[in-house]
Design a protein around this ligand. Structure first.
Ligand code: NAD
Length: 434
């Protein structure tokens, strides 16, 4: 089948490349001409493990094309996926749907034959209805079916998640769109990935409910970590102890600096906005959002305290800036709030991230960027491990201790053990552990 992917970002590019890898003919359309030009030369716009090779392989086989012309892109498409961004709208936290609606208008204006339009972007309940209305307004004669197919991939593990999903959710209000999507996902169905077909509004809701639940799980263990610190218990063992209960499950129970990234922060806000518009209260999710915001700032204070309480003129090193390892995505990363609180307190900040520094520089122009973890430690009064990249898991602690002005490690991801760190002469602060 010929598949069109509108938006060649983290989701559109990965999904498009994976569909091509399954043998479909895929064309990715993006407004950003520089991105398209680079992709045609085999240059990836994002860092995602394995993506480079997969894109090159499928582009060379002629199954994966790139264009900035929507008209060319949607010609003869069996399914047109919308995978454009839905960031938080400035001011009110609602999902900004302008890119989705623009894509719908552009498709309606350019399409000639029957089309199946599938929203892969994360969109509030009722967006499919509005996309349908826009299409009817722009092209009343067009035979168009609109479906929802929310994406659950995680950055950093996106290809594996896409190819071996826990489930594929298809939201449709008609059998034709369902048949097309079953065809699109047939290769995965053969791999026994469960396909869950439901109504369009329900599919849209599933995505938000999933993200809000995961965000809640993260914040739950983070608050338990605070209590563990107060009472002298070990949050990692608590997490293991509760995670062995199948009703709870062990995933998303890692205490840390709070959630960030391009999804949880904006999706929890958008869900709250939908609830508010409907006069429904989601007090749990409201608390999660508030607790996460204050947690990120609290992490800055934690580092300041570990460095002696006054960091004016002191040098603080950060290991990792991306919101999680194996991605260069800086959107809503906890490091942004941490850096701001350190700068506000008068510290000098130096950081290193294996992949995210190019994305970070325009967002944090006032800090220094080092070439590696050891340069971060050089002359520093404290080093904080912010993102648990593998490269930071087996650092030469003796070398770090020797090069620091004040040997102090703040481990916001609980990667190290106190005994190991202290053995090398560093003071040690972690999250929720005695
Ligand atoms: P992104 O910002 O990386 O990519 C969006 C792309 O769409 C950009 O390249 C932009 O130029 C392009 N674009 C915007 N309007 C366009 C138009 N009219 N025509 C063609 N291209 C257009 O965004 P992303 O992270 O890939 O997220 C896309 C959607 O998927 C969002 O709704 C997001 O919530 C959802 N999602 C993201 C992830 C993730 O991990 N990033 C996971 C699941 C779901």
């Amino acid at each position: 089948m010929k598949i069109t992917m509108i938006g060649a970002g983290y989701v559109g590019l990965v999904s498009g490349a994976c569909f091509a890898d399954f043998g479909h003919d895929v064309i990715c359309v993006d407004l950003d001409e520089n991105k398209i030009r680079a992709l045609r030369q085999g240059i990836m716009p994002i860092y995602e493990p394995g993506l480079d090779a997969m894109v090159t392989r499928n582009a060379e086989a002629g199954r994966l094309l790139f264009t900035s012309s929507l008209q060319d892109g949607i010609k003869d498409a069996g399914a047109i996926f919308i995978a454009v961004g839905t960031p938080s709208r400035r001011g009110d936290g609602h999902a900004d749907l302008s890119y989705v609606y623009q894509a719908a208008r552009d498709i309606a204006a350019a399409a000639t034959g029957p089309v199946v339009i599938v929203t892969k972007s994360t969109v509030p309940v009722g967006t499919g209805d509005e996309v349908e209305r826009i299409i009817r307004e722009v092209a009343p004669q067009l035979d168009a079916k609109v479906a929802s197919n929310p994406e659950f991939l995680r950055e950093g593990a996106a290809i594996g998640d896409f190819k071996r999903p826990d489930r594929i959710v298809i939201g449709v209000n008609d059998s034709e769109a369902e048949a097309v999507l079953r065809d699109v996902y047939r290769p995965l169905f053969l791999n026994q990935a469960p396909i869950f077909v439901t109504g369009r509004r329900t599919a849209e809701m599933i995505k938000y409910a999933a993200n809000a639940f995961l965000a809640t799980k993260i914040m739950f263990i983070n608050e338990v970590a605070d209590l563990c610190e107060a009472v002298g218990a070990d949050v990692q063992e608590v997490a293991r102890g509760i995670g062995m209960d199948n009703r709870i499950g062990s995933k998303f129970l890692h205490a840390g600096p709070g959630y960030g990234g391009s999804c949880f922060p904006k999706d929890t806000l958008a869900l709250l906005k939908t609830a508010e518009d409907q006069g429904v209260s989601l007090r749990l999710v409201e608390s999660v959002v508030k607790a996460n915001d204050s947690r990120k700032r609290a992490m800055g204070r934690k580092i300041i305290q570990a460095a002696g309480g006054d960091v004016r003129g002191k040098r603080i090193g950060l290991l990792g800036l991306a919101f999680k390892p194996n991605t260069d995505d800086m959107r809503d990363s906890p490091s942004l709030a941490i850096v701001q609180s350190l700068l506000d307190a008068g510290a000098e900040v130096v950081a290193f991230d294996p992949e995210a520094m190019e994305m970070a520089k325009p967002l944090m122009p006032a800090i220094d960027y080092a070439d590696n973890a050891y340069d971060v430690a050089e002359g520093a009064d404290a080093v904080a491990l912010v993102t648990e990249w593998d490269a930071f898991r087996a650092l030469d602690l003796a070398r770090i201790a020797k090069s620091m002005r004040n040997p102090c490690l703040v481990d916001l991801r609980n990667v190290y053990s106190r005994a190991e760190v202290e053995r090398h002469g560093l003071s040690y602060t972690s999250i929720g552990r005695p």
